[in-house]
Design a protein around this ligand. Structure first.
Ligand SMILES: Nc1ncnc2c1ncn2[C@@H]1O[C@H](COP(=O)(O)OP(=O)(O)OP(=O)(O)O)[C@@H](O)[C@H]1O
Ligand code: SF4
Ligand SMILES: [Mg+2]
Length: 437
């Protein structure tokens, strides 16, 4: 038996309407029948677009949201059926690391107080002295100095705060840690450090992880198994290497085709599957295969009416698609969508972003200034020649040249000024846009 097993988990949030009667007028089908297994000491990576239900699934494991249907079994115990008092005891074994380290740490508590809180609640350590010693050893494990104890969350960098979030989970000696977008709020350079730390801790402490992310690159290296979610369901699941080597579900294929490949030769040949439309609302999911409104291979009758099961298709893959084999064999023709060379992306179709615009404006100013300098050099040369030459005609020509150069120079300088003003305006706009964000 696996350490954590989810079977047919559904989380449907009621949509209420009306002031007096507060009627339920529908449901948000955030998680709609997910079954998966996480083996002890392994990492299960869960990926999918924003709003597909990843966080809700993670929260359902901890029973932080009500499970509408299905079971969540940890080490043989169905958490969905536990009375709340017993569930509180089980929570120690299941911990969560959140996306926003600052938002999840109380700014008025120092680190010792933040890390002791859970220990006190779960009766870990006979007194504060013993708890402090344990906290110090965990801080050391996550790469923070022991003098961090008396400091407050705002005194740390984003990466350090996430280390505090990890330490807060570790002091409770959990079996499973659910990491919900653990590095999304961090700089790219710090992301790798935190991912490496999670891997080291797993090796040392034998932890089991459920890592949730929208970014395939984040889960790739850390995960043993990856599950791809679409609109509340799993559409594909496979060992990490197998999924990257040969994605089988059309949605996974589209996601993977958007990831650049470091090898330039492969990158030149890479094709991108463009999906049409946005993620449909989980309050009104499409009938049949949830993906049929955007699937390039969707077949009118069957895909729109019959919901595909997640089935074993060999090679370690479980795929929820009626036509996996035909798509892999190339015998099913695409009905919609577009496949384009990946290199076309963003070259002409996508309007430049504000920083790009500012860069272009700067380049234009640079060019204009160079042109103005060249004109100035011409002018000096022409005047020199005129002074040297005894020929009045030549002098006249030179003077005319200088005059022309003068006019051109003024023209160029004026353009440069306009460009500069333009650039300043664009930078101003960019700043305002940043502030608005
Ligand atoms: N408490 C709630 N009540 C009603 N609807 C909710 C609630 N929590 C989440 N939802 C809805 O459920 C859907 C799934 O949300 P969820 O936060 O699980 O997605 P997600 O995959 O984690 O997205 P993201 O990548 O943006 O974090 C969304 O449509 C969301 O609006
Ligand atoms: S079942 Fe049909 S719509 Fe769904 S992924 Fe497969 S081909 Fe596409
Ligand atoms: Mg989320």
């Amino acid at each position: 038996m696996s350490l954590l097993e989810l079977d047919g988990v559904k989380v449907h949030f009621p949509i209420k309407k009306g002031v007096l009667f507060n009627r339920t007028v529908g449901h948000v089908y955030a998680v709609d029948g997910i079954s998966l297994k996480v083996e002890a000491g392994e990492t299960y990576g869960l990926v999918g677009e924003s709003g597909c239900g990843k966080t809700t699934l993670g929260r359902s494991v901890l029973r932080l949201v009500d499970i509408t249907e299905g079971s969540v079994v940890l080490d043989g115990t169905d958490l969905a059926k536990l009375p709340s008092e017993e569930m509180r005891r089980f929570r120690r074994r299941l911990q969560m690391v959140f996306q926003d380290p600052l938002g999840s740490l109380n700014p008025r508590q120092n680190i010792e107080s933040i890390l002791s809180e859970g220990m006190v609640a779960h009766g870990i350590g006979k007194d504060q002295e013993e708890r402090r010693e344990k906290i110090k050893s965990i801080l050391d494990k996550v790469g923070l100095p022991s003098n961090a104890l008396a400091r407050y969350p705002h005194e740390f960098s984003g990466g350090q705060r996430q280390r505090i979030g990890i330490a807060r989970a570790l002091v409770l000696e959990p079996d499973v840690i659910i990491c919900d977008e653990p590095v999304s709020a961090l700089d790219v350079s710090v992301q790798a450090q935190v991912i490496n730390l999670l891997e080291e801790l797993q090796e040392e402490l034998g932890l089991t992880y459920l890592v949730i992310a929208h970014d395939l690159a984040v889960v790739r290296h850390i995960s043993d198994t990856i599950g791809v979610m679409y609109l509340g369901s799993l559409v594909e699941e496979a060992p990490s290497d197998a999924l990257y080597a040969e994605p089988k579900h059309p949605y996974t294929k589209a996601l993977m085709s958007a990831v650049p490949v470091p090898d330039p030769e492969v990158e030149d040949r890479r094709e991108r599957i463009l999906l049409i439309g946005d993620l449909p609302s989980p309050a009104n999911p499409p009938s049949g295969c949830r993906f049929h409104t955007r699937c390039p291979w969707a077949q009118a009758e069957r895909c729109g009416t019959e919901r595909p099961e997640l089935r074993d298709v060999g090679g370690g893959h479980r795929v929820a698609c009626h036509y996996t084999e035909e798509i892999a064999a190339g015998t099913l023709k695409r009905t919609t969508g577009e496949v384009v060379p990946a290199t076309r992306e963003g070259v002409e179709d996508v309007p430049p972003t504000l920083p790009e615009q500012a860069e272009k404006a700067e380049a234009a100013v640079g060019k204009t200034e160079q042109a103005a300098k060249a004109v100035r050099a011409d002018e000096v040369r022409a005047t020199d020649e005129a002074e040297k030459s005894p020929d009045a005609g030549t002098t006249e020509k030179a003077t005319a040249g200088a005059g022309k150069a003068d006019t051109e120079k003024a023209d160029h300088v004026e353009k440069a000024d306009v460009e500069k003003a333009d650039k300043a305006e664009k930078a101003d706009k960019a700043e305002k846009a940043d502030e608005a964000v």
